[in-house]
Design a protein around this ligand. Structure first.
Ligand code: G6Q
Length: 554
């Protein structure tokens, strides 16, 4: 299925990961490093905290508080090289069909390529198409933001509701929250994703249909949840506007690759914003899927975000691995997952506006690298994508940090912080930042039994108050959360996920794991809805749950 050049680029790297020289060297090296304490590493190298850092495009990464030595980094970089990270990167940037199970190119990098760049897919330069859609998005957003676009009754649009799910929801929600500071507060943005009717009901609560515009965001325009919600929106609108079908054109626009289905729904395809099969859902927030983001923050800010993405793309593509932010972060993830057996990564943004960033990253990382077979379909014999989770600081400190500090599991943490607040308020920001630095310090260095006892703690209580430390973290520091910086941050994680996928030899760009449940649900719907008692042929648990539900439902 793969194109020849992709097959060539990958085949020589497809010997088992565990047989690679660097992997075997890392295994031996791990035995020497696993019990070395960060206290020792820092004591032995007073400049470690200055040395083990990297900076690109205004994003500073301090990785010194990781359980690594220079040798570890050297071997991990070697592993990336032996895994063919460089040619795989070039295959992606070059538009090769590296998503082999879906026979697609993977070109989110083209979405932020500057005008004039050339990226070929099947011999065609896609960059002009990208910019043509961006220009249309800009025109539309301007009309919404200035009030030029009127609803069916001539009223100005005050509410924009994005209907989408997964990649057509999480990015827009995250970006809207992240960039709220830059948004037009006269426009009320809401999001509907869940097929749970409550989501829709709450999203339209208190809204006037004559002032409301729906953006139906769906690459396929066939997704059950999105179509169900879009039809609910249609009915809500028509009920509010006296049933006039003509109102649909003024209150619905679509973001999709499927013009036929968009037209069937009744949306004028003149109000459809397209993208392409080489944009994966979870990599699409910078495509037309970002239309709600652009409506909220304006085209200039959206383009600044794209520029930020692009700067990180360039850094990823051009920088030697040992100074390459996404590569370093990706490799550290491999080190903890595959050698230390860490099962999760905590992402801890110390910026309230990034409150949905961990949720966004969960899809990006876990849908991409939650795979158990290699590109060639062989079962892997090592751990792949870890579980990502997190909450904004400092809230997490008063809940789950206990386990990170004193629990029995190793949880590598990414702390994300900004030098300048968007909403300066008294001493708040210094307090927030003091907590970032204090947490990484406490995690790394802990508090010994001697220190605890020296404070006069009774013997029996001392073990409870000891922090063993040696808990690794990255600190990611940037100047301020701007649209540009948001683009850089997302691209940083996108490419870190890519790096890991290459090492693990998996396809980070398909998502077959979400299919089975969807198919089974479609089969069960009529069994729940039929008036006559259906003949059920599931297992005994599923059968009896369905019967119980049928008996209980209204
Ligand atoms: C993302 C996935 C998935 C997808 C949704 C929505 O990478 O493919 O989360 O985005 O299932 O799909 P549609 O945009 O086609 O409605």
């Amino acid at each position: 299925m793969a194109t020849h050049s992709t097959a060539e680029a990958t085949s020589k790297h497809l010997e088992t990961l565990k047989k690679r020289k660097a992997w075997r060297a890392l295994q031996a090296h791990y035995k020497g490093v696993r019990s070395v304490h960060l206290r020792t590493l820092f004591a032995g190298d007073p400049k470690r905290g200055e040395r083990m850092t990297a900076e690109a495009a205004g994003i500073f990464l301090d990785y010194s508080k990781n359980r690594v030595t220079d040798e570890t980094i050297k071997l991990l970089v070697q592993l990336a090289e032996e895994s063919g990270l460089r040619p795989r990167m070039e295959a992606m940037f070059g538009g090769e069909k590296i998503n082999v199970t879906e026979n697609r190119a993977v070109l989110h990098v083209a979405l932020r390529a500057p005008k004039g760049a050339s990226i070929l897919v099947d011999g065609e330069n896609v960059v002009p198409q990208v910019h043509a859609v961006l220009d249309r998005m800009e025109d539309f957003s301007k009309r919404i933001r200035t009030g030029e676009w009127k609803g069916h009754t001539g009223k100005r649009i005050r509410n924009v509701i994005n209907i989408g799910i997964g990649g057509s929801d999480l990015g827009p929600v995250m970006a809207y929250e992240a960039l709220k500071h830059y948004s037009d507060r006269g426009l009320n943005l809401r999001f509907v994703s869940n097929v749970d009717g409550t989501d829709f009901a709450e999203a339209v609560e208190g809204l006037d249909p004559s002032e409301t515009l729906f953006i139906v965001s769906s690459k396929t325009f066939t997704t059950l949840e999105t179509m169900t919600n879009a039809h609910a929106a249609r009915a809500w609108l028509l009920a509010g506007l006296g049933g006039d079908e003509k109102s649909i054109a003024r209150h619905f626009v679509a973001v999709s690759t499927n013009a036929a289905e968009v037209a069937k729904f009744g949306i004028d395809t003149a109000n459809m914003f397209g993208f392409w099969d080489w944009v994966g859902g979870r990599y699409s927030m910078d495509s037309a899927i970002g239309l709600s983001t652009m409506a909220a923050v304006g085209a200039e800010n959206f383009r600044a975000m794209l520029d930020g993405f692009h700067q990180m793309d360039e850094h990823f593509r051009a920088t030697p691995f040992e100074r390459n932010l996404p590569v370093l972060m990706g490799l550290l993830g491999v080190w903890y997952s595959d050698f230390f057996g860490a099962e999760t990564v905590a992402v801890l943004p110390y910026e309230q506006y990034l409150k949905r960033f961990p949720a966004y990253l969960q899809q990006l990382t876990m849908e991409s690298n939650g795979k158990h077979v290699t590109l060639e379909g062989a079962e892997v014999s090592y751990a792949t994508g870890p579980i990502y989770w997190g909450e904004p600081g400092t809230n997490g400190q008063h809940s789950f940090y206990q386990l990170i500090h004193q629990g029995t599991r190793l949880i590598p943490c990414d702390f994300i912080a900004f030098a300048k607040p968007l909403k300066p308020l008294g001493r708040h920001h210094d307090m927030l930042m003091a907590n970032v630095f204090a947490q990484t310090e406490a995690l790394a260095f802990g508090k010994t039994s001697e220190q605890v006892k020296a404070e006069g703690t009774p013997e029996w209580l001392a073990p409870h108050r000891v922090f063993e430390g040696n808990r690794p973290s990255n600190t990611i520091l940037a100047d301020r959360l701007t649209p540009e910086v948001l683009g850089k941050l997302v691209a940083l994680y996108e490419h870190s996920v890519f790096t890991q996928g290459v090492i693990w030899q998996i396809n980070s760009f398909d998502q077959w794991g979400v299919e089975l449940g969807k198919v089974l649900a479609q089969r069960i719907v009529p069994e729940l809805e039929s008036a006559a008692e259906p003949a059920l042929s599931h297992d005994s648990s599923t059968n009896s749950l369905i019967r119980r539900y049928r008996n209980l439902k209204e």
